[in-house]
Write a protein that binds this ligand. Structure first.
Ligand code: NAG
Ligand code: NAG
Ligand code: NAG
Ligand code: NAG
Ligand code: NAG
Ligand code: NAG
Ligand code: NAG
Ligand code: NAG
Ligand code: NAG
Ligand code: NAG
Length: 834
């Protein structure tokens, strides 16, 4: 109940509220907002609105802030999430203590919620304002309104959404925490299970909790990003910062463009923290990234000294491994999949000062839980090592800040838990092992050195992070060169650099493996030169792409590019093992795919039978995931520009792997941000805007993907498609059948008997969306992956691009189309890497 003063105030306000009608961004002490009359505050620029609402199917009323300008009501803040009003008697006003309150006018003015600032009483003329950022602030009305001193602000009391400019973290002086807590469900904004918070350990880290248990860690801030973040560090959507001072530790982000609407929300239905972007064309929130991303993001799957390794994909089977030098604590349970006990040292530590212990360097990791960590921001890495060695309970060390040369020191003083592999990133960690174990590991590494020269493919060894492999590798190369009386300065200098990021193959070895590039070993001719099959001396099969000689910049650029491509690792991309440089020659060495390319199956009436519908659907999903990785999940942003059936290779289990990625971006000539003079690509797969204007984007890849999907369903090539009864191309034919409700006729006769009709229908639907004329009408690959994987409703396709029977070069692309295309491009594209 209110005190009598307040009650009188309520009544006075009840009389006054009718004057509050114009949409304004401020509320003064003589005004109120009544739920019953639907009054609201609107931020000055019209982006946010504050008022009473009922979430989902609930009839409860809450005070909240939502985006004014988007068609789906999206609430970003709720005043009192756990005490709703059960009718429309709510009233928002400033009380005589200067605080903002919600009262239920029906219930004799009982206070449902209060901003409860003890300092508010000092205000002479309190004013509440909804700012353009979505922040609701209580401030002095007499001051200059930009004075920026707020007695209270909603940004200090976040609910489930982190808006640009909001902090998440801790004020170390007052211990005040900014946390993000999910709703219970979409009908109930009261606090749910999932909470996102920054834990201010010595080495602060970002964590998601489920009730009182850690659910997922993103790891400590390493100067560039959170150590366990799979997300790219560069993006066109937002800038982000992590502030770590004596006073405060917090994370904050700002949008690069005002026209983009993006938020981070704890989603109780997916149990994830999601970054979403509003897509005006489809009038939907699009998922940009999320945590946990995969099984390995769940906290402590593999126990102490275990490492969680996922093959870079969401649905790969989980693998817990013991760190090198450690063995499962209880091997029986471990082998039956119970990994929570973790691993123990193979040789116990010997903390005597003399011979004692040493460290093994691991790379590409998410750093372990930092609960028992220690940090010195200025210490160098040598002193850091010494400090760790000096303390018997120190288990690992690394640089505190990996930005630039690396600086500072972080130590761990307990069992190392929740380590995972980060497929194309992560950082180094030096883990303490006994000197005798280190010596043992070292010996194992050097052993084969004496026997065979060719066991030098370093990609595998480097991936598992063994120290000293480079030494071994170089030695191998040198030896082979000596034996063949051959001198290659490049390889030598590479070795002295110890630059093992770029696995270099010796020309002699490749030449031998491919039988001197014999015709019988030629697999085909790609866009960038011929491809040969090779067999290394240890029996491993490789594919060698010999690049045509005219496309080169300098040697250094080539090496840099190859290093970048080598970092792209995903199970649906063909793996680059390394390269070979010899004089003018440049070669790329890939893993060999025994089942050749997709086109050798789907367009062949006999071999086509091997691929039944479930296999084809799996292939479609695999290609989509590979492409999504290129577009969005890899550290580089790659637009393939030549996706087609012959560029999809199949491994021994018929898993699809995209090849030639990175080539177009890296080696295609004359390009600048999204516009190219030289259109590379393949007739029949090219998007209209790309074929006619050379404009490319992730959406032109989506177009090619749509065509490829139609081909997989139909079993006919898009290029040269002919149907006796219609003079239409494949897209036009598919569109006609779709419109006439006869999509069944589109299905390859080889498939018709045994296929999952609703799945096929969904695929036809998605492909038609992908081949829409306007790039903005096409979904992103993220949406495609979502649509493939779920039964959600999605928009009806409009008439697609190029549906009439004419070549792309005749198609019209209006200038307005180009405009909307480039404006849209920001959304989820493009070529960020450089
Ligand atoms: C609201 O949306 C319209 C249409 O998308 C746009 O033109 C306008 O600039 C937006 N206004 C604000 C304040 O974002
Ligand atoms: C609704 O409000 C009335 C009056 O305050 C109260 O007695 C009742 O318990 C409320 N119902 C619910 C479900 O909160
Ligand atoms: C208001 O704040 C005081 C202390 O600052 C606290 O004791 C009290 O419970 C708060 N009241 C509400 C309704 O939050
Ligand atoms: C959170 O914890 C509760 C209780 O332990 C459990 O039932 C629920 O499944 C957990 N949620 C997630 C997303 O793990
Ligand atoms: C990390 O190092 C970089 C470069 O030396 C520096 O600019 C940055 O401020 C450092 N970050 C932290 C959190 O210490
Ligand atoms: C250490 O590893 C060796 C070789 O794998 C194994 O035989 C031995 O049992 C291990 N020792 C311990 C204590 O696990
Ligand atoms: C951090 O390291 C620097 C350089 O080694 C040293 O001078 C400083 O005293 C250390 N600070 C702490 C708190 O240990
Ligand atoms: C794919 O390759 C594997 C390994 O070479 C082979 O066993 C299998 O029969 C091939 N599958 C088809 C469909 O050709
Ligand atoms: C073409 O139309 C005729 C007559 O409607 C039909 O019998 C024939 O099957 C159609 N051909 C194909 C390939 O669909
Ligand atoms: C800030 C505020 O007034 N919070 C209140 C919201 O309602 C709950 C009861 O459901 C109170 O306990 C809070 O103090």
């Amino acid at each position: 109940m209110m005190n009598p003063h307040s009650l009188i105030f309520v009544i006075a306000n009840l009389l006054l509220f009718s004057q509050f009608s114009d949409a304004t961004d401020t509320l003064t002490s003589s005004q109120s907002i009544a739920d019953s009359t639907g009054g609201t505050l609107v931020s000055q620029d019209g982006s946010f609105e504050l008022g009473f609402f009922s979430p989902g199917s609930s009839r409860n009323r809450y005070l909240g802030i939502w985006y004014k300008n988007i068609s789906i009501r999206t609430v970003v803040w709720v005043a009192n999430r756990s005490s709703p009003i059960n009718d429309t008697s709510g009233l928002l006003m400033i009380n005589n203590m200067g605080n903002l309150i919600i009262v239920s006018s029906k219930n004799m003015g009982s206070v449902v919620w209060s901003s409860n600032s003890s300092k508010a009483a000092a205000l002479q003329s309190p004013v509440v304002q909804l700012q353009d950022s979505g922040n609701l602030v209580l401030r002095e009305g007499k001051d200059d309104e930009n004075s920026g001193i707020y007695l209270w602000q909603s940004f200090d009391h976040p609910t489930d959404t982190l808006l640009p400019g909001m902090k998440i973290g801790v004020n170390l002086k007052t211990r005040f925490e900014w946390q993000i807590t999910s709703w219970k469900n979409r009908d109930d904004p009261s606090p749910g299970d999932l909470v996102w918070k920054i834990i201010p350990h010595n080495y602060p880290e970002s964590t998601i909790w489920n009730g009182s248990n850690i659910f997922s860690r993103t790891g400590p801030w390493n100067g560039i990003s959170f150590s366990g973040s799979l997300m790219l560090r560069l993006n066109k959507i937002f800038d982000f910062y992590f502030v770590n001072t004596e006073e405060e530790v917090y994370y904050i982000y700002y949008l690069k463009k005002k026209s983009v609407i993006s938020r981070v929300v704890m989603n109780p239905s997916s149990n994830r923290r999601e970054r979403q972007i509003w897509d005006e064309s489809s009038m939907k929130w699009i998922l940009y990234s999320y945590i946990p991303t995969d099984y390995c993001d769940q906290y402590d799957n593999c126990g102490p000294y275990g490492i969680c390794v996922v093959d870079g994909v969401v649905d790969a089977s989980p693998i817990c491994q013991c760190l090198k030098g450690f063995d499962p604590k209880s091997p029986e349970q471990w082998n039956s999949g119970v990994t929570s006990h973790g691993c123990k040292r193979n040789k116990s530590l010997d903390c005597s000062q003399g011979t004692g212990d040493g460290f093994l360097k691991f790379t590409g990791l998410k750093l372990p839980d930092t609960t028992h960590s220690w940090v010195n921001k200025s210490m160098n890495i040598q002193d850091c090592r010494a400090k760790c060695l000096h303390s018997c309970s120190c288990t690992a060390y690394t640089s505190f800040n990996i930005s630039g040369e690396g600086s500072g020191c972080a130590l761990w003083f307990d069992d190392l838990i929740d380590i995972r592999e980060i497929p194309s990133g992560g950082q180094d960690l030096y883990i303490r092992l006994s000197a005798s174990k280190l010596a043992e590991l070292e010996a194992v590494k050097h052993e084969p050195d004496k026997k065979i020269v060719v066991k030098i493919i370093p990609a595998i060894a480097v991936a598992s992070g063994i120290l000293g492999v480079s030494y071994y590798f170089c030695k191998g190369v040198t030896k082979s060169i000596d034996q063949k009386e051959k001198q290659d300065e490049i390889d030598q200098s590479e070795c002295s650099d110890n630059d093992m990021e770029l696995p270099l193959f010796d020309f002699v070895i490749i030449s031998h493996a491919t039988d001197k590039f014999s015709l019988s070993n030629k697999l085909g001719e790609g866009g960038f030169g011929p491809v040969y099959k090779g067999t290394l001396m240890d029996g491993r099969e490789i594919a060698v792409k010999r690049l045509s000689k005219n496309s080169w910049q300098g040697l250094k650029e080539f090496k840099n590019e190859v290093k970048l491509i080598a970092k792209l690792q995903h199970r649906n991309l063909v793996k680059l093992l390394g390269c070979c440089i010899e004089g003018e020659e440049r070669m790329l060495i890939y893993e060999y795919m025994p089942n050749k390319s997709l086109n050798s199956f789907i367009f062949d009436p006999t071999r086509g039978k091997v691929l039944d519908w479930p296999k084809r659907f799996k292939i479609v999903c695999g290609i989509a995931r590979g492409l999504l990785y290129l577009h969005q999940d890899s550290r580089l942003r790659i637009i393939h520009r030549d996706l087609k059936a012959s560029n999809v290779l199949l491994d021994k289990d018929m898993n699809p792997k995209i090849s030639d990625f990175g080539m177009a971006k890296t080696f295609g000539a004359d390009q600048n941000e999204g516009n190219t003079n030289r259109v590379v690509g393949t007739y029949g797969y090219m998007a209209p805007e790309y074929a006619t204007d050379g404009l490319f984007s992730v959406k032109s890849d989506v177009f090619s993907f749509g065509i490829l999907m139609l081909e997989i369903i139909n079993g006919k090539r898009s290029h040269g498609f002919y149907h006796p009864n219609y003079s239409l191309n494949l897209v036009g034919y598919a569109w006609k059948l779709w419109k006439d409700g006869k999509f069944l006729e589109l299905i390859d006769p080889l498939l018709r008997e045994a296929c999952h009709l609703s799945e096929v229908k969904r695929c036809v639907h998605i492909s038609l969306l992908c081949v829409q004329h306007h790039p903005k009408d096409r979904p992103t690959m993220a949406s495609v992956v979502l649509m493939l994987g779920s039964e959600i409703a999605f928009p009806q396709p409009k008439e697609p691009g190029f549906f009439k029977d004419k070549g792309p070069l005749e198609a019209q692309t209006s200038s307005s189309n180009i405009e909307s295309f480039s404006a849209n491009e920001i959304s989820l594209s493009l070529l960020d890497a450089r």
